[in-house]
Design a protein around this ligand. Structure first.
Ligand code: JB2
Length: 219
């Protein structure tokens, strides 16, 4: 397999996790980190330089970079993650997927480009994980779930069978979602919540059972 030369976008906590995984993969080489924080420019993380911000993407492509990974993941950042994904593709970089060696992905599950399955996560039979989705450490995505683009399922969150999570939604740390429930586009499920009924789009829900806390601006 040809070596992927990867640009990692972001140089914070999530990027640090992804960098560790990528540096253990003999088919990948992370050639640069990009960050909007000027204080990070000229520094290195695990020997990889932070060379500038996202304006460097086109130059890196010309210099031989082949792939990118969106390396930011904080709650509320889905619109930014989508924008970075689109920008990097526009300059001709291809999205690289990251699957930690301890992640479990059933043969009948479908993974789109640029997904991130982190350590000890599980994606079960017939599940669909679309573009730029993060299934974070120890998260469970049961059979026949649908995760639409740019979704983030935080560590130890659990989606029962047949759950749909709409574009850009965030499922918080350790939250649980009952089978066949639908989480609306761009909604946020708070940490530790237990969701037993459908959540509309652009809504923050918290608690057990989860109830709406507020509406959020459409992304
Ligand atoms: O548009 C951007 C941009 N926006 C913020 N482009 C680039 N290239 N970089 C951007 N950043 C940078 O991402 C910030 O300047 C900062 O250095 C970095 C975000 O780092 P932070 O550690 O704050 O968040 P994170 O997204 O890496 O990690 C969060 O989400 C993870 C899933 C944290 O909450 C982690 O604890 C969590 N595990």
């Amino acid at each position: 397999m040809r070596m992927k030369k990867i640009v990692l976008i972001g140089a914070g906590g999530h990027a640090r996790v992804l960098l560790d995984i990528l540096q253990d993969d003999k088919n990948s080489q992370v050639c640069a980190l990009l960050d909007t924080d000027r204080d990070k420019w000229g520094t290195t993380i695990c020997n990889v330089p932070v060379i500038g911000d996202d304006n460097c993407l086109a130059d890196l492509r010309r210099q031989g970079a082949s792939h990118f990974v969106v390396g930011i993941g904080a709650p509320g950042q889905a619109a930014r993650r989508r924008q970075l994904f689109d920008t990097a593709q526009r300059v001709g970089l291809a999205p690289a997927s990251i699957v930690h060696p301890t992640a479990t992905c059933f043969p009948s599950a479908m993974l789109a480009e640029g997904v991130q399955l982190l350590a000890q996560s599980a994606v079960s039979a017939g599940a669909t994980v679309q573009t730029n989705v993060i299934v974070n450490t120890g998260a469970i995505v049961e059979h026949d779930c649908l995760l639409e683009p740019h979704v983030h399922v935080a560590p130890r969150a659990c989606l029962a069978g047949g759950v749909r999570v709409g574009t850009g939604a965030h499922i918080g740390l350790g939250a649980a979602v009952k089978e066949d429930v639908s989480i609306g586009d761009h909604s946020i499920v708070g940490a530790g919540a237990v969701v037993i009924e459908n959540v509309p789009a652009n809504t923050v829900v918290v608690g057990i059972p989860a109830k709406p806390l507020r509406k959020k601006e459409a992304a």
